[in-house]
Write a protein that binds this ligand. Structure first.
Ligand code: HPA
Length: 246
C-alpha cells in the first residue's frame, strides 16, 4: 500500500477519502500523528503528517524511526514523501517541483538507524542510490499525467535546522553539488531503506535558498508560507495521478 508523508503545508491530504485514523504504537515511541487510512482515486492509501497534525514538531525533533516503523507496521510498502525545500541552484526557484535522485546528509544528533542498541547485530545497508528509481519514475510519469511537469533528479542537501542557512553555507552546499536544501530528507530516506520500503520524494521549492535570487537580503517566511499554499494542491494532484496509475 502507498503511504504519503506530508511535510510543511501538507498536514492534511485533501484528496484522501479518509475512512479511519489510528494511533500506532512502535518500539521507538509515537509517530508524529495518528495515521489516516483511506482511498485516493479508489486505491487504498495512508497518510502521515510529518510535523504533527498542528505542525508542532520541528524537523530535528521528528521521530523518524517511529514514523517509518508505524507506516510499515500498518502495511505500507511504498512511501512518497512531500517536502518543502529551498532552491540552491539558481534555476530552481519557487514553484518548481523536483524529484531528487541523491542526498547529502548534514544533519546531526538524530536517531538515524534501527540497527543499534542491545541485541542489535551490526548492519550496514547499501545506500548508493538513496531513492527507489522505479518509484521516482512513477512519480515523474504521474507529474506528466497530471499536467504538473517535474524536474527529474537533483541532489537534496539535508540540513539540521530549524534555523535556515547562512549565505556562505548555501555557497558551500552548491560547491558540494547540492541542488535543493531541506531539513527532513534524512534520516527519513535511510530508515525507509533499512525497513525495505520503496521511498522517493517530491521536493517542492518554496524559496530561493539564503543569499540567492530574491532571498539575497534574507529568506521571507511570509513568501514561503504563500508558496506552500500555492503549491500544495499541485503536489496532491501528482499523488492522485500516481495512485490512479498504480
Ligand atoms: N533551507 C532549508 N530548508 C528549507 C528551506 C531552505 O531554504 N526552504 C524550505 N525548507
Amino acid at each position: 500500500m502507498l503511504a504519503v508523508i506530508g511535510g510543511s503545508g501538507f498536514a492534511q491530504f485533501a484528496g484522501l477519502e479518509a475512512i479511519r485514523r489510528a494511533d500506532v504504537a512502535t518500539p521507538y515511541g509515537a509517530p508524529s500523528a495518528a495515521l489516516t487510512f483511506g482511498t485516493i482515486r479508489g486505491r487504498d492509501a495512508m497518510f502521515l503528517a510529518r510535523h504533527g497534525d498542528g505542525h508542532t514538531i520541528p524537523p530535528h525533533e521528528v521521530n523518524y524511526r517511529a514514523n517509518l516503523w508505524a507506516l510499515r507496521e500498518a502495511g505500507a510498502d511504498r512511501v512518497v514523501a512531500v517536502a518543502a525545500v529551498g532552491g540552491v541552484r539558481a534555476d530552481l526557484g519557487p514553484g518548481v517541483l523536483l524529484v531528487p535522485h541523491q542526498i547529502i546528509d548534514y544533519t546531526w544528533g538524530r536517531r538515524s538507524t534501527y540497527f543499534e542498541g542491545a541485541g542489535a547485530t551490526v548492519t550496514h545497508v547499501d545506500f548508493t542510490h538513496p531513492y527507489s528509481e522505479p518509484l521516482r519514475q512513477r512519480i515523474l510519469a504521474a507529474g506528466r499525467d497530471a499536467g504538473e511537469p517535474m524536474v527529474d533528479g537533483g541532489v537534496y542537501a539535508a540540513t539540521q535546522g530549524p534555523r535556515l542557512e547562512t549565505a556562505a553555507e548555501i555557497d558551500r552546499l552548491e560547491r558540494d553539488g547540492a541542488d535543493v536544501v531541506g531539513m527532513t530528507g534524512m534520516p527519513e530516506a535511510a530508515l525507509a531503506r533499512e525497513l525495505g520500503l520503496e521511498y522517493a520524494a517530491i521536493a517542492v521549492v518554496v524559496n530561493h535558498a539564503a543569499g540567492r535570487g530574491d532571498s539575497k537580503g534574507g529568506v521571507s517566511m511570509e513568501r514561503i508560507e504563500a508558496m506552500l499554499q500555492a503549491t500544495v494542491a499541485r503536489a496532491r494532484r501528482v499523488i492522485e495521478a500516481l495512485t490512479a496509475a498504480a
